[in-house]
Write a protein that binds this ligand. Structure first.
Ligand code: SIN
Length: 515
């Protein structure tokens, strides 16, 4: 009786707001518990080669927030990589020979299954990668978008008839799948970067061997499990897990049966893979490092610029190759922008991605934290000023404080290299010409962002910036309907949109004479 009274008194003492928060938390906890059970259906601890789950548990995949082991997956090597290529080669002709609408139907089923399992995939993604659950769910939807889009695109790989150069001839161009593809995928988007590579390849009629990042192989295996249920035939989509990527990467880039390599990761590794693939003259698709400038002009809508900078800079704790790495702010708006951004950064809640309200999870590993620290130490030694954050978070492990730093410049590491962490690095400029010069002063050219309300400036900046992706008054540009990719040392080729599928076809010109 007494306990009941005490409980009622406690309940009455809660404000409506506290009450709402507690209900939300309880719902979230029960959701997470339910999801934990469901994930088990997609949690695989074997690799997937030739339609068979294979390999003994090898290396541990850790929950990035807690360090607990989620599962063990096989540590495969060169021999298994060759077996996967053999399977993909055997499956290639029958898959390529299917009618486009038959391949489309299978991809469509896969798309629906991914959406049906979006919550489970998101939880698995949060655990093995670290990003907050809402962001993980966003990635699953984004990743599924490539599957749905390419299911449609499979039916639209059109050839051409070109006006002939001879009176009695016809000039015909037809398109064929390139053959067996190898995909080497990153840890920062363990669902979307796989679907963005695998589904245009499959739509075009190619077969594929995927080597997922060693930090995040579980989403790749979960996707394979759903592909199997969708009816993707054996050998068409293979996943080779390994702890040390060198041996498997070497086979995938040098085996003559592989006709295309597609990679997302650092420019440094991309150059090695490109050199290895040159021995057998493979087609190559590379999504490499960026060093994105985000330019805020005096005439910008400041709250839109802050929202855009937050989205671009702090998405996935700054671990994206399109993250704003250098924020360039015009002198007249500088102080107001820095104050508004810092206020927004202060609202960030750092913690385990599965916890309610968390907006920034841990970084992927200790090396990532050390790189952020080294960039900050270098910048501070050269005169930069920390406005917020600047050190490891009190939660320890790989949690890092959301950070704002001003006064960055050309001599600093964070100007020249991707920091790949939650650090908004800001500098001041005076004129449009200076902004363009500063923005382009990098060997990279993936994404750039501009905040302005001047229409003429919008077009001038879009023309003048040497980057593959330009966001005007937008900090988030990624979508399955548009081409993603960079210029200069940021890569080769495009992913997403109809351009993405075209990367996986070869053109054949046939001249029909004597007509
Ligand atoms: C990446 O960081 O590699 C991809 C980011 C995106 O697709 O938006």
């Amino acid at each position: 009786m007494f306990r009941r009274h005490a409980r009622l008194a406690r309940l009455r003492a809660w404000t409506a707001q506290e009450f709402a928060i507690r209900i939300k938390r309880a719902r979230f906890r029960s959701f997470a518990r339910r999801m934990d059970k469901k994930v088990i259906t997609l949690l695989k601890s074997q690799a997937y080669i030739d339609g068979t789950w294979t390999g003994a548990p090898g290396f541990a995949v850790l929950d990035k927030a807690t360090g607990a082991e989620i599962a063990r997956v096989p540590d495969l090597g060169a021999d298994e990589a060759r077996l996967a290529i053999t399977a993909a080669e055997r499956a290639f002709k029958p898959w390529a020979k299917l009618l486009a609408k038959e391949r489309a139907a299978i991809l469509r089923r896969w798309y629906e299954l991914i959406l049906d399992h979006a919550d489970e995939l998101a939880l698995l993604l949060t655990k093995e990668q670290g990003k907050p659950l809402t962001e993980a769910k966003g990635e699953v939807i984004y990743g599924a978008g490539f599957v749905g889009f390419n299911a449609e695109q499979a039916k639209r790989i059109y050839g051409e008839v070109i006006p002939s150069h001879k009176p009695d001839a016809r000039v015909m161009v037809t398109k064929y799948p390139v053959g067996v593809v190898a995909a080497i995928t990153p840890w920062n988007f363990p669902v979307a970067m796989i679907t963005r590579k695998v589904t245009p390849a499959l739509a075009a009629g190619c077969t594929i061997v995927v080597k997922p990042a060693e930090d995040t192989p579980l989403c790749a295996l979960a996707l394979a499990a759903l592909a199997e249920r969708a009816g993707v035939p054996k050998g068409v989509f293979n996943v080779v897990t390994c702890k040390d990527p060198v041996a498997v990467g070497k086979v995938l880039t040098t085996d003559s049966r592989v006709r295309m390599v597609t990679f997302t990761g650092s420019t440094e590794v991309g150059k090695i893979l490109m050199a290895q693939a040159s021995g057998t003259v493979k087609k190559i698709g590379l999504e490499l490092g960026g060093n994105a400038p985000l330019i805020v002009f005096d005439d910008a809508d400041i709250s839109r610029a802050v929202t855009g900078a937050m989205a671009s800079k702090f998405r996935n704790a700054g671990q994206t190759c399109v993250s704003a790495n250098r924020i360039l702010v015009q002198a007249g708006i500088f102080d107001a922008f820095v104050a508004a951004l810092t206020a927004e950064v202060a609202k960030h809640k750092v913690g385990a991605g599965v916890d309610a309200g968390v907006t920034q999870g841990p970084l992927i590993n200790l090396q990532a934290v050390e790189k952020v620290e080294a960039h900050l130490a270098d910048a501070i030694a050269k005169g930069a000023k920390v406005i917020a954050g600047g050190k490891r978070h009190k939660l320890g492990k790989t949690f890092f404080e959301p950070t704002v730093v001003t006064g960055i410049g050309r001599s600093m590491r964070m100007w020249n290299e991707e920091t790949f962490g939650p650090v908004a690095a800001i500098t001041r400029f005076a004129t449009d010409e200076e902004a363009i010069e500063l923005a382009n002063s990098t060997p990279f050219g993936l994404a750039a962002y501009v905040f302005t309300r001047d229409l003429a400036r919008t077009f001038r900046m879009s023309d003048a910036l040497d980057f593959g992706i330009i966001g005007i008054n937008e900090g988030l540009t990624s979508t399955e309907v548009a081409p993603f990719g960079g210029v200069k040392e940021s890569g080769l080729g495009r992913e997403g949109s109809h351009h993405g599928v075209e990367e996986f076809v070869e053109l054949k010109y046939t001249l029909i004479g004597g007509l």
